[in-house]
Ligand binder design. Structure first.
Ligand SMILES: C[C@H](O)[C@@H](O)[C@@H](O)C(=O)CO
Ligand SMILES: [Mn+2]
Length: 598
């Protein structure tokens, strides 16, 4: 790991705090439960450490209260320990009745869950019900976890259904906790009137707990002109690029094509832009060694956006190489965690990219949700009849910019299926295969007068994917939409015909959302028609349930999704807002409790 990489995890990672609560009555009751209660805490910690990893690949860390918690003094001692240890998520575990308001976690900004052991000798479930009522009454939504099957009092381990809920809760809770206190870095301002690039400080601050930081794009010019970057890294990067980033055909009319000399210069510029954007986001200790102490610190950004169009791209090479390389899981420094960078400074798409990334530790594909191709339209234009997963029509996801190269689908699962992976599972060969499957095409000069290079690739079909998007609605605030589906392969000639109707120098993912026959998922057309903006972020896997859990923690209602009801996990209080219409109840609950940070 080079020094630039180390500085990005500044502040470390939030820990999971485990609170074993107990019936405080001594002379029999408490003593009989001490061991079992602590055993539950330890089993929970072991489970989470085994299954969850931080973005740097290390196992998550759990902190268990020093004693079981039988009353308020021990609850306070636990809260104190959690503050000192950097706990960002709390899980209360108990096999027995305890005193609700005396033992609960009162920190309003920490996502919280309670696991009540399903036994009847000492009623953990009764405590669970009582304490969840307390949480609702006090306006502190908590997740309730209760296994379906009755367990024996001396049972060891964690039942399967409880495991899924503990892991799902902790994964989303850690994502929320990790964002908190970090920044979104706006590089430039509003791009082409796209509302998502009006960076809303109140959205980031109140819903995600994040700062918004801003730099003018002239900062790139200053750093390039004054040489404020690591020159050794630049030489290394440029020769790596020459070797690994092959130029594709120039699609511009001959009279608009740049000279070879200008193209070579543009390569140098886009490589410098990439290093500078990264240094702006997370800092780089090398810059301090070179005499640039202020620049070495960066903006503590976990996500960023680059305006690019138009003021920058009308004059300078576009941001596509910078956005695509940073968003990928590898570059000239080797395989590493992706950076979250949105094109067109679409901060709302950056926010869902960040959510998808933190839930999966995997690179994201940023795309325009550009065209709905109905089966009839495809047949009319190409003569091809769509079939299989594509039979109901397709969405053409395509945009110049930050579609991670991981999205080529060149990484493989053990059984040979295309996948996207956390960086620590990616092999050198897989990173190389993604690079080999990508052509760098001279930017379309009609759009990008300053030239540059767009990444051109075609995503392999057959990958489960989840597209999501946050929109801001005046009067409500943020709302999240989610569509699970699959990437799809088209015959090469069919892809070519459809791709050439738009900009063929950009990366394409053919996406078939899974239909449910209801609401926005009656048809692929309905999905397109209900999409709230021009962009979406696409994450590998079906992560809709995790997104829903995270959104409920952040009080962001979900206005459309195609996740099966039994997979949805939200704070227990949501059912107090109505049970027959979970979508409406979600809106009411989010608006009632308000954003997590006020
Ligand atoms: C080149 C064009 O301006 C594109 O960048 C445009 O289609 C978009 O991506 C809009 O989101
Ligand atoms: Mn776009």
């Amino acid at each position: 790991m080079n020094k630039g990489q180390q500085s990005r995890w500044l502040g470390g990672f939030p820990k999971i705090g485990i609170r074993p609560t107990i019936d405080g009555r001594r002379q029999g009751v408490r003593e009989s439960l001490e061991e079992q209660t602590m055993r539950m805490a330890k089993a929970t910690a072991a489970l989470l450490t085994e299954h969850l990893r931080y973005p740097d690949g290390t196992p998550v860390e759990c902190v268990i209260a020093d004693t079981t918690i039988g009353g308020v003094a021990e609850a306070a001692a636990c809260a104190d320990k959690f503050t000192r240890s950097g706990v960002g998520v709390s899980i209360t575990v108990t096999p027995c009745w305890c005193y609700g308001t005396e033992t609960m976690d009162m920190d309003p900004s920490i996502p919280k869950a309670v696991w009540g052991f399903n036994g009847t000798e000492r009623p953990g479930a009764v405590y669970l019900a009582a304490v969840l009522a307390g949480y609702a009454q006090k306006g502190l939504p908590a997740f309730g976890i209760y296994g379906e099957e009755v367990q024996d009092a001396d049972a060891d381990g964690v039942p399967e259904d409880v495991k899924d809920k503990l892991i799902g809760f902790a994964r989303a809770g850690l994502a929320a906790a990790y964002m908190r206190g970090k920044s979104y870095l706006s590089m430039g301002s509003v791009s082409m009137g796209i509302a998502g690039s009006i960076v809303s400080d109140s959205f980031f601050q109140e819903y995600l707990g994040m700062r918004t930081e801003y730099i003018d794009m002239t900062e790139f010019v200053r750093r390039m002109d004054e040489g404020i970057y690591d020159h050794d890294e630049f030489s290394k990067a440029l020769s790596w690029v020459k070797e690994n980033c092959k130029e594709g055909p120039d699609n511009n009319p001959e009279e608009l094509q740049s000279s070879r000399e200008r193209k070579d210069q543009n390569w140098e510029t886009v490589v410098k832009m990439t290093m500078i954007a990264r240094d702006l986001m997370v800092g780089n200790p090398r810059l301090a060694e070179l005499g640039f102490g202020e620049e070495a610190l960066g903006h503590h950004a976990v996500a960023a956006g680059f305006q690019g169009q138009r003021q920058w791209t009308d004059h300078f090479p576009n941001g596509d190489f910078m956005e695509a390389m940073l968003s990928s899981s590898f570059d000239w420094n080797g395989i590493r965690a992706p950076y979250i960078v949105a094109t067109e400074n679409d901060s709302l798409n950056a926010a869902v990219m960040l959510m998808g990334y933190l839930l999966t530790n995997t690179a994201q594909i940023f795309a325009d949700v550009r065209t709905y191709w109905s089966p009839d339209s495809v047949e009319r234009v190409t003569g091809h009849k769509l079939e299989g997963a594509a039979a109901n029509g397709l969405l053409h996801l395509i945009n110049s910019g930050p579609a991670a190269l991981d999205g080529t689908g060149q990484m493989m699962s053990r059984d040979g299926r295309p996948v996207m992976k956390p960086f620590w599972e990616i092999s050198e060969q897989e990173a190389q295969a993604c690079l080999d499957a990508t052509q760098w095409r001279a930017a379309t000069t009609e759009y990008f007068r300053g030239g540059g290079y767009s990444s051109d690739y075609l995503t392999k079909g057959g990958m489960p994917m989840t597209m999501s998007r946050i929109n801001l609605v005046k009067g409500i605030g943020p709302v999240l939409q989610i569509a699970e589906g699959y990437s799809v392969d088209l015959p090469e000639d069919v892809h070519d015909v459809l791709d050439k109707r738009t900009d063929p120098t950009w990366p394409t993912t053919w996406f078939a959302p899974s239909l449910t026959g209801e609401g926005a998922f009656k048809s692929v057309y309905d999905v397109m028609n209900n999409w709230g903006a021009n962009h979406g972020s696409i994450s590998y896997g079906h992560i809709g349930a995790d997104l829903i859990t995270l959104a409920s923690m952040l009080r962001i209602p979900v206005n459309m999704h195609n996740v099966a009801e039994e997979k949805i996990f939200r704070p227990r209080a949501w059912s107090l807002f109505g049970t027959a219409d979970p979508e409406g109840a979600d809106y009411r609950a989010c608006s009632n409790f308000g954003p997590l940070y006020k």
